[in-house]
Design a protein around this ligand. Structure first.
Ligand code: SF4
Ligand code: SF4
Length: 323
C-alpha cells in the first residue's frame, strides 16, 4: 500500500522547529517508515515545481512552521493548502505569529528604514530600499513583497490543526503523527496539546498562595530566585496563568519563568489581556498613583504580554500612535 505523502515547509520562523523534527531521534526512522516525505526544502532538495506538479489533495498532510511575512510565503502556503488533505500549523509562529509577530509593533516602512538606513553599521548613502523588481544588466531581479504586517497561518489559509510550542516538544509531535496515521484526530480546529493552564501542571504550583500581593515587578536577574517558589510571589512575571500546558514545564524546570510560547487555553481570546488581568489582580495598590508606580515596573509590557501572539491577538498590529 502507498504510504501517505507528507510535506514540511518553513516560512517566517527561526528554523528551530525544523530541528524539533530531528529531535524525534530514533523515532524519526519510524516516521520515515510510515510516511513518504515528498517536500522538505530545509533538509532535502525538493523544489516548488515538485509541489505544483502534484494533484490537488495528493499530500496527506503538510506541516507548516512559521508566520506569513512575504508574498512568497503566502503563495507557498496557498499552494500547499491546495495540494493537502490536512494542514497542521506546526509550532507557535504558524499558530499565533510567534516572535516574528512582534514586528507588528512596527510597519513595513519603519522596519525597512531601520534595517537599510538607520542602523549605525549600514552604509547606504543613497538610501536605497529593497524593491520587488529591479532591472539589472543581467536581467530582471525579482524579490518577494515584504508585507506591512505579519499574519498567522490561519489568517492566510484554512488550518486543520495546531501544534503549539517554541519548539513543539518531541512527545507532542510523536502523538500528533500517530493520531494522523491512525486517523484518530480530534475535531478540526483543535490544538494538539492539553487544554489546561500551565499553573495546574507547574512543579511550583503548591507554593503559589491563594492571594499574592506585589508592590513592584522585577526582572529575573535582579533576584536570587528560589528554585521551588512560584515566580509571581517574588514579583517576577510568569505567563503560567495565561498559558496552555503540555510543554513539559521546560522553562520552569530550568528556573526561568514561562514566556507563554504554548499560547492560551481554548476559552481565552487574548493571551496578553488574560495576563494583564492576572497581574492587575495581584498589584497591591491603595490608589491610582501607587498603581501607576507598580505598572511602571513591568519590564517591556507589550513585549511580555505578546511575545508569542501579537498577530493572533485582538490588537494584531500597531494602531496609531499609542503603541
Ligand atoms: S505563575 Fe508560573 S511559577 Fe507560578 S505556578 Fe504558575 S507557572 Fe508556576
Ligand atoms: S514554560 Fe512557557 S515559555 Fe517555556 S516552553 Fe513551556 S509554555 Fe513555552
Amino acid at each position: 500500500m502507498a504510504k501517505p505523502k507528507v510535506a514540511f515547509y518553513w516560512t517566517a520562523s527561526c528554523g528551530g522547529c525544523e530541528e524539533a523534527i530531528v529531535d524525534l531521534n530514533e523515532a524519526i526512522l519510524d516516521v520515515v517508515e510510515a510516511v513518504e516525505i515528498v517536500f522538505w526544502p530545509v533538509a532535502l532538495d525538493f523544489k516548488r515545481r515538485d509541489v505544483e506538479s502534484m494533484a490537488d489533495g495528493e499530500l496527506a498532510v503538510s506541516f507548516i512552521n512559521g508566520a506569513v511575512r512575504t508574498s512568497e510565503q503566502e503563495e507557498m502556503t496557498k499552494l500547499l493548502r491546495q495540494k493537502s488533505g490536512l494542514v497542521v500549523a506546526f509550532e507557535t509562529c504558524a499558530y499565533l505569529g510567534g516572535v516574528p509577530g512582534l514586528a507588528n509593533f512596527w510597519d513595513r516602512e519603519s522596519i525597512l528604514n531601520r534595517a537599510y538606513k538607520e542602523v549605525p553599521s549600514v552604509v547606504n548613502p543613497k538610501g536605497i530600499l529593497p524593491k520587488t523588481q529591479t532591472e539589472m544588466p543581467e536581467g530582471k531581479l525579482v524579490l518577494p513583497e515584504f508585507f506591512n504586517t505579519v499574519s498567522t497561518l490561519n489568517q492566510v489559509i484554512q488550518v486543520d490543526y495546531y501544534l503549539p510550542g517554541c519548539a513543539p516538544p518531541a512527545n507532542l509531535i510523536g502523538q500528533a503523527l500517530q493520531a494522523i496515521l491512525e486517523g484518530k484526530l480530534p475535531e478540526k480546529g483543535s490544538v494538539l496539546a492539553p487544554d489546561k493552564q500551565l499553573c495546574d501542571t507547574c512543579p511550583r504550583r503548591d507554593s503559589k498562595p491563594e492571594k499574592i500581593l506585589i508592590k513592584e515587578f522585577k526582572r529575573i536577574h535582579e533576584l536570587q530566585t528560589n528554585t521551588e517558589r512560584c515566580f509571581l510571589v517574588d514579583g517576577i512575571i510568569c505567563l503560567g496563568p495565561a498559558t496552555r500546558s503540555g510543554c513539559g514545564e521546560r522553562c520552569l524546570n530550568a528556573n526561568m519563568p514561562c514566556r507563554g510560547c504554548f499560547g492560551p487555553t481554548a476559552p481565552v481570546l487574548d493571551q496578553g489581556a488574560k495576563l494583564l488581568s492576572a497581574l492587575a489582580s495581584i498589584m497591591d495598590a491603595k490608589d491610582e498613583k501607587e498603581a501607576q508606580h507598580i505598572t511602571d515596573t513591568i519590564p517591556d509590557p507589550a513585549g511580555i504580554f505578546y511575545m508569542f501572539g501579537l498577530p493572533s491577538s485582538l490588537l494584531h498590529h500597531k494602531r496609531g500612535r499609542y503603541l
